[in-house]
Design a protein around this ligand. Sequence first.
Ligand SMILES: Cc1cc2nc3c(=O)[nH]c(=O)nc-3n(C[C@H](O)[C@H](O)[C@H](O)COP(=O)(O)O)c2cc1C
Length: 231
Amino acid sequence: MPEDDTVFERAAAAGRRTVVQLGTVEDGVRAAGHGAVVVAQGIEAGGHLLGTSRRDELVSVLRDRLPDACLVAAGGIGGPAEAERAMAAGADGILLGTAFVVAHESRAHGRFTSLVTGADESDTVITDVYEVGWPGRRHRVLATAVTADPGQPEKFIGRTVVEGKPYLVPRFGAAVPTQATSGRIEEMALYRGQSCTAVTSAADVVAAYAGVLRSPQTTETQGRTETRVGQ
Ligand SMILES: Cc1cc2nc3c(=O)[nH]c(=O)nc-3n(C[C@H](O)[C@H](O)[C@H](O)COP(=O)(O)O)c2cc1C
């Protein structure tokens, strides 16, 4: 959630709809109060965690509090059955993260994608060790030698290139390894939720959920066309 609510006004003034991912009921009510699409992230999610609730518990409470909000569920959705559960809890739609790591469009390092598909949810841990670049926020990653023993001495464990510029990869760096990264890939931040599929293109990931998401309804609101599912 933004600390400063004026971001909502600025987005609205630019004619944009705001989508906010959050992990608490309080933040959801605040975001919906500004007309934002509310993405409720549960602790099953890969990457940085925004709250402490499980996905469907959060979705369910938010749906009760916000009957008219556009509500999206995130965290631990690795297949249509899990998506159905999130929709049954009250979500209008779903957001996936880990499923897209494996898609070739992600440009994730091949070792990262093979570790993601070869693991299951019990291989993930919630930690705060990969803090360089994003301090003070817990994250769910694959368990690594670094999460097991954060006390190891090395400062840097690889090299990478971002937007054409070379960088060293710090031992506790928050960035995931991409195809431009070399070094000790298995010790880097390998975000993974309690979710995964072995589907290897983004279009196929989306297509797998076509039967779950009900037909979108298109409405005209304040001169803008809005599309919602799940009604
Ligand atoms: C590799 C990876 C990178 C992510 N990067 C971000 C990010 O930069 N910003 C963000 O808000 N969420 C990020 N997330 C979290 C997702 O937005 C989402 O909450 C999460 O992936 C949903 O859970 P799932 O991974 O089980 O599908 C990331 C997740 C993964 C797996």
